[in-house]
Design a protein around this ligand. Sequence first.
Ligand code: NAP
Length: 293
Amino acid sequence: MTRVAFIGLGRMGHGMAGRYLDAGFTVTLWNRSKAKAEDLIARGALWATSPEDAAIDADAVVTMVADDEASRTVWLGLKGAAKTAKAGTIAIECSTVSYDHAREMGRELNARGLIYIDCPVMGLPDAAASGKLTLLAGADAADLERARPYLEPIGSTIRHFGAVGSGTVYKLINNLMGAIQIAGLAEGLAIAEQAGLDMNLVLESILSGVAASPQVQRHSRRMVARDFTGATFTAALRHKDAAYAVKLAESLLADKPLVSSAAVEAYDRARATMPDDDEGKMIELVSQPKKPS
Ligand code: NAP
């Protein structure tokens, strides 16, 4: 039976790993904290004691961890998957990492005989659990075809942007634009609140107006109601993605990316005080009345 090693069982990875079980793969799991694996083990997954252990005899290794540092640890760390993954294993990085990191991992893992694709995803945890993610692939075309059987269980759409790293470029600009929209929404609502407007009327007007992107639709009601239960995407992750995007922008554009840098700054404040809270909670930071002078 085809063997998949799945590493990283957070909000997204847990549902994605379950999709491989549903599709009949032999799935070996590793997560930094084992508790998140228990129900998947009860469904038939095997537990590995390290990424290195998980990758033994795997046909594909799929990772879904937080950031560059976590990705480096699970692939290239002392007990990293690259230690044992055999030549020809498909290495699929679904975590959102930086462009430089994706390209470096491609070089490092290719040098060890692995086939690497960067494959960050679009969609929330419910899409991860139901196999409806959009996969943003960066890979040689032949490598993508080899990886396809391992992508189909987790994604309903596969977009191939080009060589390794290109899926990550698209993911980073997508999440940077999201950061700008959410930070802008928080400030717009804050101004309206402090000016004493009827916030139900403001909400109705925003949702029927031209600024109502899906991001704005997703966050405006929750921001006005200050309802941040069931966080799907945290302030720390939004900051990380926007910061990686700005770093990439600075390497490509002649001028400093002003709007993007401001969004990173806004999310840096949110990350400092509420890293694990929903990204929309940043309105609590910006909607403070000005002190009388
Ligand atoms: P999450 O719930 O915070 O899970 C993060 C995962 O990374 C956990 O498995 C965590 O292990 C692991 N991890 C963190 N630091 C680690 C380290 N130093 N060494 C080993 N493992 C480490 O995050 P998520 O929402 O699932 O997001 C995962 C990735 O998907 C991120 O790159 C994120 O940007 C991206 N993404 C998220 C969404 C979303 O809606 N949430 C959507 C698209 C893409 P523990 O369980 O032990 O903490």
